[in-house]
Design a protein around this ligand. Structure first.
Ligand code: C5P
Length: 233
């Protein structure tokens, strides 16, 4: 089958079925827009298993995504969508770039979820943008952006509940959206410890890619522990 796209963490292939694609999760780990890069056996498997499980749970809570089914440990079938070049970040607690940008102390609890939009453009280092920029750059229409923002906040509610059940805290996450041939807007890409910040509720120990970004532990052990907790739900 034809390789349609290869990114840092995934390969996308077409299939014999119309509008259905196969995603293969890779073992490559990157941080800082590719500045730090490693190969870690088992990483693709864990992110595929975790994303498949989370998209499955979201579906039971009426949040549709591109996810169709898990094919194997490292592959899944998804609906074909055109991805909006937009990274939608929702933050419950301050960590990462918002601390550097706006001076929040790490761990500061926001009164309500904070939604930020970043333009997905490697050459520009994915800059933070406003709603007006989204319109100006023809990234999405005002109506599409409204749908995207509402869905992102719904994902935050459900994901936060899932983490709470695991005695974990959903600090922040990044999601992406796409639209199908008939214009339906769907949650796409992945939801995994690569794209979320997840802390132990009591100790604030990380269950996410910060262990790799900050060199504080084994990424594979951390993701495996998280996956086992998720499987117990
Ligand atoms: O770096 P920053 O604090 O803005 O990241 C916010 C959230 O978005 C984190 O959970 C991070 O893992 C995720 N993120 C991502 N991909 C990016 C940038 C951020 O998954 N390119």
């Amino acid at each position: 089958m034809t390789l349609l796209y290869e990114g840092k963490a995934k390969r996308v292939f077409n299939t014999e079925k119309e509008n259905i694609l196969r995603i293969e999760y890779k073992d490559e780990v990157t941080a800082g827009n590719g500045a730090k890069k490693d190969e870690m056996t088992g990483k693709g498997r864990l992110n595929n298993l975790i994303t498949s499980k989370i998209f499955g749970i979201l579906q039971t809570r009426d949040i549709e995504s591109h996810f169709v089914e898990k094919l194997s440990d490292t592959e899944q079938l998804v609906k074909a969508v055109e991805i909006f070049p937009l990274e939608v970040v929702v933050r419950n607690v301050a960590a990462g770039s918002i601390c550097k940008r706006l001076g929040f102390e790490k761990g500061h609890q926001f009164e309500k979820p904070l939604l930020e939009l970043f333009y997905k453009k490697d050459e520009l280092n994915d800059p933070l943008i406003t709603d007006d920029h989204v319109e100006l750059l023809n990234i999405a229409t005002t109506e599409q952006l409204e749908v995207i923002k509402n869905k992102a906040l719904q994902v935050n509610t459900v994901l936060s509940e899932i983490m709470e059940e695991m005695n974990l805290l959903l600090v922040d996450f990044k999601i992406e959206f796409g639209y199908t041939a008939d214009g339906e807007i769907l949650l796409a890409d992945e939801i995994s410890p690569d794209t979320c910040r997840i802390w132990d509720k009591d100790t604030h120990e990380n269950f996410d890619k910060d262990v790799y970004r900050e060199d504080t532990g084994s990424l594979i052990d951390t993701y495996e522990t998280f996956y086992n907790k998720l499987e117990e739900l």
